[in-house]
Design a protein around this ligand. Structure first.
Ligand code: ADP
Length: 263
């Protein structure tokens, strides 16, 4: 029952003060969604009004990471997004019966994202985060078209080969004229019980990706932070409470909060 978005997108109106960040990655499994959920929760804990659009339509994970089981409610013609941990969230997962997949092609995904942006009562947000699908497919292009003010945040692992993946994200950003706010290196060193740090996924990927992206888009691209490999981060995501809230003083949470404040 998703219709074509009928309203104007409030974030595109002159005078809108909402900062928009699209969290992307070259490939799946690098922690893009985990980072998105933690950044949103950290920003809300800092007193910002935060909304999240789960644009990873086929691989939606925001309801689980926020522990949301409610559906959006309808108030006249608008959908009220469910809230958790101070964050308003919209995800296609809220409409799909448990265990069913979303089997949609690009145009239908485009309309869903358009409707999430235009037909949802977001109120006055300080920040809107979008969890993009991995890669440079249809949805990434739809988001660039629908929300031209969105800046990209690129999540990568420290692996050197991640840099070649970032080149593709960079060429997407330059062709859609999107700015890149920065790079988050996730799954950096694992701190062992004796305090030594093990670089499970190598090192240097964040810097390489940032350099490559800067070349592609023609402006400086900072590394916003490095997030260690930390089982507690996964547990928080699985349990529906982002780590920045359940263990706010842990080194991993501090690193994530640093990224949230750098944006
Ligand atoms: P993506 O959105 O890039 O596909 P996810 O956020 O779903 O990736 O993360 C993939 C898996 O890795 C999840 O099980 C998540 O809990 C876990 N994970 C993500 N980042 C970390 C980290 N820094 N340390 C440990 N596990 C992580």
């Amino acid at each position: 029952r998703l219709r074509q978005g009928r309203r104007q997108i409030p974030f595109n109106q002159p005078g809108s003060l909402t900062r928009i960040y699209a969290i992307s990655s070259g490939k799946g499994g690098v922690g893009k969604s985990t980072v998105t959920a933690n950044l949103a929760a950290a920003m809300a804990a800092d007193g910002l009004r935060v909304g999240v659009i789960d644009a990873d339509i086929h691989g939606f994970s925001m309801p689980g990471m926020f522990g949301i089981t409610d559906q959006p409610t309808k108030v006249s013609d608008l959908l009220m997004p469910p809230e958790a941990h101070g964050v308003a969230v919209m995800s296609i997962g809220m409409f799909v019966p448990e265990g069913q997949a979303v089997v949609w092609r690009g145009p239908k995904m485009h309309r869903a994202i358009e409707q999430f942006a235009s037909d949802v009562f977001w109120g006055d947000l300080d920040v809107l985060l979008l969890d993009l699908p991995p890669g440079t497919g249809d949805v990434a292009i739809s988001v660039a078209q629908l929300l031209p003010g969105a800046q990209m945040v690129v999540v990568t692992t420290p692996q050197q080969s991640a840099a070649s993946v970032a080149e593709r994200v960079g060429s997407l950003a330059s062709s859609t004229e999107q700015e890149i706010a920065g790079v988050v290196e996730n799954m950096a060193g694992l701190t062992l019980p004796d305090g030594t740090v093990m670089d499970v996924f190598g090192s240097g990927g964040g810097d390489r990706v940032a350099e490559t992206l800067a070349g592609a888009v023609g402006h400086d691209v900072p590394v916003l932070g490095r997030i260690g490999l930390d089982p507690a981060l996964r547990e928080g995501a699985d349990q529906g409470t982002p780590l920045v809230l359940s263990a706010p003083d842990s080194p991993t949470a501090m690193a994530l909060k640093g990224v949230a404040r750098a944006l």
